[in-house]
Design a protein around this ligand. Sequence first.
Ligand code: GLN
Length: 191
Amino acid sequence: MKIGVLALQGAVREHIRHIELSGHEGVAIKRVDQLDEIDGLILPGGESTTLRRLMDLYGFKEALQQSTLPMFGTCAGLIVLANDIVGESGYLNKLNISVQRNSFGRQVDSFEAELDIRGIAKDIEGVFIRAPHIESVQAGVNVLCTVGEKIVAVQEGQYLGVSFHPELTDDYRVTQYFIDHIVQGQQTHQV
Ligand code: GLN
């Protein structure tokens, strides 16, 4: 599979590494016309206000709103996939969820936790950096993981979103799940 990583901001190289470790080809996506060449897209973390501004500027908002490409958003990437951002409006409207930005409080700006992610593994190391959480989900959204009361991973159809940064560890199982189950699953479906 050929998997793109939106390369406007964030840990692009690290995501490409996880795609390669999963046995697939990773490509940095800087222009909208490159979307035609890929089977799935990863939206990295960073700062979602800046990310949205850059996506507006380079035409990604409209292109991705119209696209049915499987997408995987991490942290700020999750925020842009949501159809509701608390106190702001939704952006790509792909996941029927409400996200709260920077929701783990100042004292725990960044932390790590061992995560039990349904359908993936029980021992995924989650790196959270000024992370959002998912405050509520609508029908059709599968909750894959929570930390305490807070939802931190969801899947809805071909869209996967997590609050943390899987690409900052050596464990590539979340990316592998996205490609092997969601991207390839969708292709089998279409044939
Ligand atoms: N706090 C950032 C935001 O709200 C997200 C942080 C991240 O992607 N690590 O956009």
